[in-house]
Design a protein around this ligand. Structure first.
Ligand code: AMP
Length: 113
């Protein structure tokens, strides 16, 4: 838990969010400003700021994050049509929230980047 971290607050149930999966060490909730028909964020509940710190997560949490992302895609009906799994890491990628999170985005044709 990091004071002032909005995603830590969501993980602890102290800040409201539309949670779609709570899988122990990993949680998924809807992005408050969705960029596509499906836009869900998947986070480790334990605070790590970015991919640079991913080694601090307990064994298996990163794998679980990938698995939960795909479960969300299945729940949302976009696992066959396809979806993006995206981590914005650092300023040039536009990372706004300094708590590692992956976007699961789909429900329409997506482009790169
Ligand atoms: P980024 O750090 O660029 O990967 O994106 C952060 C994402 O978090 C943005 O898409 C925001 O809309 C989303 N976001 C920020 N605060 C909240 C919140 N309280 N609940 C849900 N989504 C949020």
């Amino acid at each position: 838990m990091v004071d002032g971290c909005v995603f830590c607050g969501i993980a602890r149930g102290e800040i409201e969010a539309e949670v779609v999966r709570d899988e122990g060490e990993v949680m998924a909730f809807r992005d408050k400003e969705p960029g596509a028909p499906v836009h869900v964020l998947v986070i480790p509940k334990e605070h790590v700021g970015s991919l640079a710190e991913i080694g601090r997560l307990p064994e298996g949490t990163a794998k679980r994050l990938f698995e939960v992302a795909h479960m969300v895609a299945e729940d949302e009906g976009i696992s066959d049509s396809g979806y993006a799994f995206r981590i914005n890491n650092g300023p040039d990628a536009g990372q706004e929230v300094a708590h590692l999170h992956a976007h699961v985005v789909g429900g329409r044709r997506l482009g790169m980047p």
